[in-house]
Design a protein around this ligand. Structure first.
Ligand code: SF4
Length: 176
């Protein structure tokens, strides 16, 4: 199931951007500074995105089998969500924000101290920009990120200069 909501990006940023706090959480992630899409970045990423007018936030919510780990369910969903995000961008003239680190190479070439081969394809996450995702989904969607239940939430977004009316499910269905 996909839940979505569109916001004025300026107001959304004032309400939910807290880069120092969110990046302090990132420091405890195993990917910190090991993926070009993840912190630590030299410059604040909001500068790159601040001129967009709208943000549409999406939550992919699903349950998974008791014998499947949360991690496996997450990586399975990433495979089809990321593909659909690139299609959605083209159709809606938006830029996607992915639900985690960039997974186009495995491992990210940053771990090998080599340049990214496709910097134009790097997409950032809401967290990487500094948005407080758990506050967003609790306040705006009445949802809660819970890792110890069999409920999966993947949070991602599209930034645009015009309101988006396309439904993400229509893009996802080609990959599920
Ligand atoms: S495209 Fe590859 S090297 Fe570039 S950020 Fe993504 S995973 Fe890393």
């Amino acid at each position: 199931m996909i839940i979505s909501k569109q916001f004025n990006f300026d107001e959304f940023t004032k309400k939910y951007l807290n880069e120092p706090l969110v990046h302090s959480y990132c420091k405890s992630c195993e990917n910190y500074n090991l993926n070009y899409s993840c912190p630590d970045h030299k410059d604040s990423l909001i500068e790159k995105y601040k001129n967009y007018k709208y943000i549409t936030v999406f939550i992919y919510k699903d349950t998974y089998d008791q014998f499947v780990t949360h991690e496996d369910a997450y990586w399975n969903a990433r495979n089809f969500i990321d593909k659909a995000i690139f299609d959605f961008e083209k159709e809606t003239n938006s830029i996607g924000l992915i639900p985690g680190k960039c997974i186009l190479c495995n491992p990210c070439l940053k771990t090998l101290d080599e340049p990214c081969p496709t910097p134009e394809l790097i997409r950032h996450s809401l967290e990487t920009i500094g948005f407080h995702v758990s506050n967003i989904i609790e306040n705006e969607f009445n949802e809660k990120l819970e890792w110890d239940t069999k409920i999966l939430h993947l949070v991602f977004a599209a930034l645009s200069n015009q309101p988006i009316t396309a439904k993400f499910d229509d893009f996802l269905k080609f990959y599920i």
